[in-house]
Design a protein around this ligand. Structure first.
Ligand code: M6R
Length: 360
């Protein structure tokens, strides 16, 4: 049921606070302990000695993995590889001695994620899955499954599953850190405040995203840029725009702009820049904005800080830098939604796409 919303996609974006709350509330204690012992049957001795984490997924689930990679590396202290399922299945991956394999999938039925999981199991690698659909193939196949409790996601464009996957990945990072004796409680407690912040972000940005879409929906090409934690969000923002509004959009790490994509920029190619003012390379993101401006490119900035150089800003609430992906993705999803709405497309069932891709 759409509960009064015009489309499932908008309803599901509006439910993101609830999805994250359901995913974390019984798994983080008030004093910041991660309570995943019952769900992860993998031996604690193994977890203590994990020497690499390999994440395999497709589409938005892949971007969730990419977003969480630096967080996982920081709190677990081990190298994390994030791989695309359709490539991984034909690639001779060299596992390390104590490798943990993680498959991420909303549907739990994606063929290109399922096959790498089967291959990892065949090699005797310890496997874990992060899945939204109960009792799906990927949930059943892995040694352990941590469910995202996002509720059913109907819209083909994945939204609430993404933030819920992030929530599980962050908890997992803290859980491994906790087992290794790291101080994770402060950050884990901060995670508990995220659902409220997602709600605030939705309420504060929904009208701005709609207004921008009204103004920008006739452009044919977009560039999305970000650095650090904002880089995978640029990829995800571009994917959302492509799949439901059929507008060509490229996501790039902002520093890579000068290595090619800058050639695309003119008055007809707007750029969406995602930048948190506390990120280590914030001033460099602003330099990118200057380079775009000097080529007459329009800029939409998604940030907690206004910048004079840009054309439009979606002002974000203050948030801890490491937790920004949970809220910075919201206006990107909303912008894509309203772009497709103004263009009159079938938002929940975009052409050529299926909710679950069970064939190769
Ligand atoms: O069900 P999964 O998470 O395994 O699906 C993976 C992708 O097919 C999926 O995320 C796809 O990219 C979405 N339509 C993106 O919005």
């Amino acid at each position: 049921q759409k509960s009064g919303y015009k489309h499932f996609m908008l309803k599901e974006i509006a439910e993101e606070d609830e999805s994250v709350r359901n995913t974390i509330q019984s798994r983080i204690s008030e004093n910041g302990k991660i309570l995943l012992d019952d769900e992860i049957s993998i031996d604690k001795g193994f977890i203590k000695n994990i020497d690499r984490i390999t994440i395999v997924a497709c589409g938005t689930s892949f971007y969730a993995g990419l977003t969480a990679k630096p967080i996982l590396e920081k709190y677990t202290g081990v190298k994390v590889d994030v791989e695309i399922g359709s490539e991984f299945r034909y690639y001779n991956y060299i596992y390390s001695k104590n490798n943990l394999f993680i498959a991420i999938s909303q549907s739990g039925e994606t063929a290109d994620t399922k096959e790498p999981l089967r291959m990892a199991k065949e090699k005797g690698i310890k496997t874990l899955s992060i899945v939204n659909v109960k009792e799906s193939a990927i949930a059943r196949m892995a040694d352990s499954c941590i469910y995202t409790l996002a509720g059913p996601e109907i819209s083909v464009a994945s939204t609430k599953a993404f933030v819920s996957q992030l929530a599980v990945l962050y908890m997992l990072a803290f859980y491994v850190g906790q087992i290794k004796g790291k101080q994770i409680e402060k950050k884990a407690k901060m995670l508990l405040s995220i659902p409220k912040l997602i709600k605030t972000t939705f309420n504060n940005t929904v009208e701005a995203a709609k207004k921008l879409a009204e103004e920008y929906h006739r452009y044919k090409n977009f560039l999305y840029l970000g650095r650090g934690l904002c880089y995978p969000l640029a990829l995800e923002g571009a994917l959302k725009l492509k799949e439901i509004s059929y507008i060509h959009a490229e996501g790039y790490p902002a520093g890579e702009m000068k290595h090619g994509p800058i050639a695309l920029i003119d008055e007809n190619t707007p750029t969406v820049v995602v930048a948190h003012s506390k990120e280590p390379l914030y001033s460099k993101s602003l330099s990118n904005c200057e380079e775009i401006k000097s080529r007459d490119g329009k800029i939409i900035l998604i940030s907690d800080k206004q910048a004079d150089i840009v054309d439009e800003t979606i002002k974000m609430p203050e948030v801890d830098y490491e937790l920004l992906p949970f809220i910075y993705v919201v206006p990107l999803q909303l912008f894509a939604y309203y772009m497709a709405l103004f263009l009159g497309y079938d938002i929940d069932q975009p052409r050529n796409l299926a909710k679950s891709v069970t064939v190769e």
